[in-house]
Design a protein around this ligand. Structure first.
Ligand code: FAD
Ligand code: UDP
Length: 397
């Protein structure tokens, strides 16, 4: 009997497996339908021996010492500050927009003070900033919005920035100084031997069994466990009873080139003409030396693996219905980017998982002999007399 069945071996699932196994002596089965651990942060050496991120560039950054210290148990780090250029009007300029971006783009030599005055002169007055368009035009005006944000966002999300919550473009700051780092967090570093090596260390414990290539539907009736931690898409768990939650997908085109370096920076963003949004050259991220180089192009897609929850009011309303159901589902804990429908970075998922861990560790002992089966409607039902006798909602959604 496992104490926990953990669905998904990404950050959310792996942090919980590690904590519960090592700190509470729980027996954990962690499964993933993919053939590897690490979730979307999975990296591997490709056929040429270059370390690449299968699901697009993952750069670790956090302001949380707790999160950084926690992960530092499983990996040494390589200090790394991420820099991005945007291809605009035939030039490559720093992104986020800063003093050098403006000077290069317009052939000027403005000081920081003058750039600030320039932004103020072009910024639109928007009394209540609600959308991803509002955020940008209220800071840098419409022209820069159109050059850097409008089309990138339309490609990435399949909708206009005016239809997306302000939180999306708020992720990218605007600066009047020359700081060209993409992030300004206190801790910015990459796992020295890669993410997968870090995950391997997290999961290397006798109390943790890992099962790959396994959708949880295939085993949920066969393997006894007390509680479930679910990190897949929340709408899928409940068989889409409130409809599909939109998740944006990507297609990754990986390429290895017969030269040591391809791009002038780790990432080049293409806000306009191209069908892809950005190209990433992995060796910048990993520091690896190799006579060849590997890059990845990202092509946004409506269909495919779910990568991004889509932050907008309509979707939050659907998610809230699923959340209510999730909260009422005894014995199953929902955590991570897909299961809580949050556009979270890796560090936020680690923090969320550590919070859930504390809650579980502090909870009274679970009831014995709980297990789940799929009901005729495909919705999970908890078996186990003690829980069902408690009159809790167990699959009767
Ligand atoms: P996931 O990593 O998605 O793990 C969930 C796992 O559950 C998956 O492996 C999936 O296969 C498995 N699963 C789902 N359903 C089932 C099922 N039915 N049965 C079995 N297994 C199932 N964050 C950063 O901090 N920095 C970055 O630079 C960054 N870049 C990113 C770039 C891209 C292109 C993307 C898509 C994301 C990026 N992120 C970045 C976000 C980061 O990937 C996530 O925050 C993090 O990986 C989420 O971890 P998770 O465990 O919640 O989900
Ligand atoms: N964005 C943009 N132009 C850019 C970079 C970002 O319009 O050059 C917008 C776009 O909507 C994107 C969002 O800002 O989805 C957040 O960017 P970030 O780089 O954080 O995206 P992620 O790395 O999560 O894909």
């Amino acid at each position: 009997m496992f104490d926990y069945l953990i669905v998904g071996a990404g950050f959310a699932g792996s942090v919980l497996a590690e904590r519960l196994a090592t700190q509470c002596n729980k027996k954990v089965l962690i499964i993933d339908k993919r053939p590897h651990i690490g979730g979307n942060a999975y990296d591997h050496y490709n056929e040429e021996g270059i370390l690449v991120h299968k699901y697009g560039p993952h750069i670790f950054h956090t302001n949380s010492r707790d999160v950084f210290d926690y992960l530092s148990q499983f990996t040494p780090w390589r200090p790394y500050e991420h820099r991005v250029l945007a291809s605009v009007d035939g030039q490559l300029v720093p992104m986020p927009i800063n003093m050098d971006t403006i000077n290069k783009l317009y052939g000027l030599q403005l000081t920081s003070f003058e750039v600030d005055a320039f932004f103020k002169s072009v910024a639109e007055n928007i009394p209540v900033v609600k959308t991803s368009e509002d955020v940008v035009v209220s800071k840098v005006g419409r022209e820069l919005y159109e050059k850097f944000f409008r089309n990138y966002t339309r490609k990435q999300w399949g909708m206009d920035p005016s239809e997306l919550d302000k939180s999306v473009t708020s992720r990218v700051p605007v600066r009047t100084n020359r700081d060209d780092r993409y992030f300004t967090d206190t801790f910015q570093a990459m796992p020295l031997h890669g993410y997968t090596a870090m995950f391997e260390k997290m999961l290397a414990h006798p109390n943790i069994k890992v099962m790959l290539n396994t959708d949880y539907h295939e085993i949920v009736e066969m393997i006894p466990f007390r509680e479930m931690i679910y990190t897949g898409p929340v709408d899928e768990y409940f068989d889409f009873i409130y409809g599909k939650l939109p998740y944006r997908s990507l297609e990754f085109k990986h390429e290895t080139l017969d030269k040591a370096q391809h791009l002038p920076a780790a990432v080049v963003n293409y806000p306009n003409e191209q069908a892809y949004t950005r190209i990433t050259e992995f060796k910048y991220l990993t520091g690896q030396e190799h006579h060849k180089t590997s890059v990845v192009y990202e092509f946004p897609r409506a269909e495919g693996d779910p990568y991004y929850p889509v932050p907008r009011v309509e979707n939050a309303a659907i998610y809230n219905k699923y959340k209510k159901l999730a909260d009422e589902t005894t014995g199953v804990h929902f955590v991570g980017r897909l299961a809580t429908y949050k556009y979270y970075n890796m560090d936020q998922v680690v923090a969320q998982a550590l919070t859930l861990y504390k809650k579980l560790a502090d909870a009274p002992e679970q009831l014995p002999e709980t297990n789940f089966v799929l009901g005729a409607n495909g919705i999970k039902q908890v078996l186990g007399s003690a829980i069902t006798a408690g009159g809790q909602l167990n699959g009767k959604h």
